[in-house]
Design a protein. Sequence first.
Length: 229
Amino acid sequence: MFERSGYAADSAAPNPDSVKENRRFLALWTRCLAGDPTSAERIYAGLVELYGEAHRHYHTLNHIRHCLAEFDRAAALMDHPDAVEMALWFHDAIYQPGAHDNEWRSAELFRQWSNGRATPAFQRRVHDLVMMTTHQQSPRDQDARFVVDIDLSSFGLPWEKCEQDGRRIRAEFADLRDDEYYPGHLQFLRVLQGRPTFFFTEWFQQCYETVACENVARIVTELQAHGYN
């Protein structure tokens, strides 16, 4: 958990489902926006390029793929599943480690790329859902709760995968010393621990609540054992 990782960004790795993934996005974009296939292809290519940036190790297309897999399991429970899926595609489109406006810039990128094609209502809904992934406020509606839970669902993975994701996130802050990085990370984990429940939706509580709480408690204990408070 505490070693400086040498992970390379994994979004560029060949994926056997890439064609299916491409078609999925094109169908979503053309379903939700008045756009021709050429523009949809251009938007998809732009997202792939962004998620493939060299400084990314966790916030790559693999994270989006994980989010979409979780989305597929729970989509029938959402009020506006297309808006949720679009928000998941865009929520980390802009990512500079340590920047405080990544989510806002990602939401604004969707607004920019969808101008003249999406309805204002759909733009606002996606924009608001992307902003929920700042995890700075409690979600007030069902779709927002699902977006927040999906974004943090990797905490509910088996320990080895959860710990590996933690090392990938750490690798994105390679310019920071451990004593600069881990106190802030510990503070975020304690905020998660302070919630009445880790997940906001009953679906994710049933799927991952126990494991997520155990994983977070283990990470916190390890950080404290290394002298972080």
